[in-house]
Design a protein around this ligand. Structure first.
Ligand code: FHN
Length: 575
């Protein structure tokens, strides 16, 4: 690019660095907004619940293979993982010609999937701009034989389809090694272009972990952008991924065990990579994907599900098929996802719950065919019905010992997740759930009812799991609250699974001042569960107890998958 144009860009960008609007002589900080103003700005995003992530760039040309060898890992990281020199990587641009790209076709895939917004990579870590930028020549117009601007067509197609468009932009830029802060004016000039040319609803930053980017830079960049477009929504990676950065949190490839207490969105791949990799066929099933969406919505979050199109401009058929099936489920049950809030229950052994329109939406994964039991619900149920039933025929509802039961049909109307709607009086009211002693004197502590404390461990459901897993942080721990009607001495049995090579973690089980030590042995896989006795506890009084399981050591990948603890009267049943 000519130096004159370069200095022009810098001048333009620097004029905008102030970032404070002056309205009526008063400097206003656009980041200071009332709750009402923020709620109005976030409304469409919170109601959307489900969006498409698109990782598309010249990394789709090698598609995970370099010099005849499979590089592995994320497709968009090939330049870094294979240590490809910049001049060599730039050659991929000369081979990028997505002649099969069709913006309307992509938007239709998202629309038919029930997705309400789309976030596409305008510039990933490789520094290659996938849009018509004047800021440098390393872009799809100037550096590829394709020479067209896909973002222009996408913006038009999204507008026609009523889907909001967002851009992903990486702060880290491998095409400018060592430039660090010096390229900030150019970054801002590009962001200004993106806002002015395509009017995006959302900007999704990434690559913020570079040492030279500070949280204060993120705040200033957010202010700069909100000055350009006051209703713009920006993720927390504009800063340093903290809850106070940007407008929403961005847990990646994971679902927080109990959600987060601020706006959040889980982003996830459909296979194992964001950018296209020709040999990555580890596709999640439609059932898993729908249940992830439900799990996320049940915790009050959004789900940004990724597709990685090919260098020809095709979204892989495996992705399209799954998205079509997700759309079919949402066509029937979307009311239980869109514009809903997190359910009021700590855990539900058979599925999840969302709340909206004066209803509880019970998403049942495990359909037993007997009455569906809802523990602790205190509301009056005015009506119960299957969301899939066009006639919304009322289902019988009974209540006994604090448990509401709904007489559901023997067969589930949907194998992925069947939704039972409960019309209730007022806001949901749920008794503090407490595990109680069974008639035989035993106390069963299940993963579904554990309180998970920490950052990554979480309750995992599906398949043979139904356990506390992903326990890769030794500082994470779990507790259960339970009521003891009859005191006594109890043997403690633990049911766990642990993959080969991850055994050996030591943990302490504590109830009050009593402690039992345990050591995790390998069971063969993360879903091969075994039960073993770990000792006895003397619980000398009836009343409330809290039992905790805290790891002491973690030599392997994860502590264990913990399914249940069973406290069994040492003198036999009922003693
Ligand atoms: O390094 C990137 C990765 O390539 C991908 O874009 C994900 C998606 O959010 N974000 C970063 C990894 O956290």
């Amino acid at each position: 690019m000519s130096s004159a144009r370069h200095s022009g860009v810098l001048l333009c960008a620097s004029m905008l660095l102030g970032g404070l609007a002056v309205r009526g002589g008063r400097a206003e900080d656009v980041l200071q907004e009332t709750k009402e103003a923020r709620d109005a700005r976030m409304k469409w995003w919170r109601e959307a619940r489900f969006g498409m992530f698109i990782h598309w760039g010249i990394y789709a040309v090698p598609a995970g293979t370099y010099k005849g060898k499979r590089v592995g890992g994320y497709g968009e990281w090939i330049m870094n993982r294979a240590r490809i020199p910049i001049p060599e990587y730039e050659e991929f641009a000369k081979r990028f010609k997505p002649v099969k790209f069709n913006a309307r076709a992509w938007v239709k895939v998202a629309k038919d999937a029930g997705m309400k917004y789309m976030v596409i990579t305008a510039k990933h870590h490789d520094g290659f701009s996938m849009y018509d930028t004047q800021v440098n020549d390393y872009n799809i117009i100037k550096a590829t034989p394709y020479g067209e601007d896909p973002m222009k067509g996408l913006a038009e197609a999204c507008r026609e389809a009523g889907i909001r468009l967002g851009f992903y932009y990486s702060i880290m830029d491998w095409h400018r090694p060592g430039e660090g802060r010096r390229y900030i004016p150019e970054m801002k000039a590009q962001l200004r272009e993106l806002v002015a040319k395509y009017d995006p609803a959302l900007l999704w930053f990434d690559g913020e972990w570079v040492g030279w980017w500070k949280q204060s830079d993120g705040r200033e960049l957010a202010r700069f952008l909100r000055e350009l477009k006051p209703d713009l929504i920006i993720n927390n990676r504009v800063g340093k991924r903290g809850p106070e950065d940007g407008d929403f949190g961005t847990p990646e490839q994971t679902i927080p065990a109990a959600g987060l207490d601020y706006d959040w969105e889980t982003c996830m791949t459909m296979n194992d990579t964001w950018g296209y990799v020709s040999y990555d066929n580890r596709w999640k099933s439609t059932t898993v994907l729908v249940r992830r969406l439900i799990d996320i919505a049940g915790k009050g979050g959004n789900f940004l599900l990724n597709v990685g199109p090919t260098a020809e401009g095709i979204i892989p058929s495996e992705s399209v098929d799954r998205l079509r099936e997700m759309g079919a489920w949402l066509k029937v049950n979307g009311e239980a996802v869109y514009a809903t809030a997190a359910g009021p229950f700590k855990r539900l052994p058979w599925g999840r719950c969302t709340v909206g329109r004066g209803r509880l939406y019970l998403h049942v994964f495990k359909w037993h065919g007997g009455p569906l039991e809802i523990p602790g619900l205190e509301n009056t149920v005015k009506k119960a019905y299957l969301l899939a039933d066009p006639r919304r025929a009322a289902l019988a509802v009974t209540r006994s010992d604090g448990v509401v039961s709904v007489a559901v049909p023997a067969e589930a109307p949907d194998g992925i997740a069947a939704v039972v709607a409960l019309e209730i009086d007022g806001q949901p009211r749920v008794a503090r759930y407490r595990i109680s002693q069974s008639d035989d004197g035993s106390v069963l502590l299940e993963a579904a009812y554990a309180e998970v404390h920490g950052t990554v461990a979480r309750y995992e459901v599906g398949g043979a799991k139904d356990s506390i897993g992903h326990w890769t942080n030794r500082k994470d721990y779990v507790t259960w609250d339970f009521m003891l009607k009859r005191s006594g001495t109890f043997t403690v049995e633990i049911t766990i699974a642990c993959d080969k090579g991850s055994g050996g973690s030591e943990y302490v089980l504590a109830v009050g001042d009593q402690k039992l030590g345990g050591k995790v042995r390998e069971t063969g896989s993360w879903s091969t569960f075994v039960t073993e006795k770990i000792g006895t506890l003397d619980l000398a009084r009836a009343g409330e107890y809290t039992l905790s399981v805290k790891p002491r050591t973690k030599p392997g990948l994860a502590v264990m998958n913990l399914k249940t603890l069973l406290l069994r009267p040492a003198g036999g049943p009922g003693k």
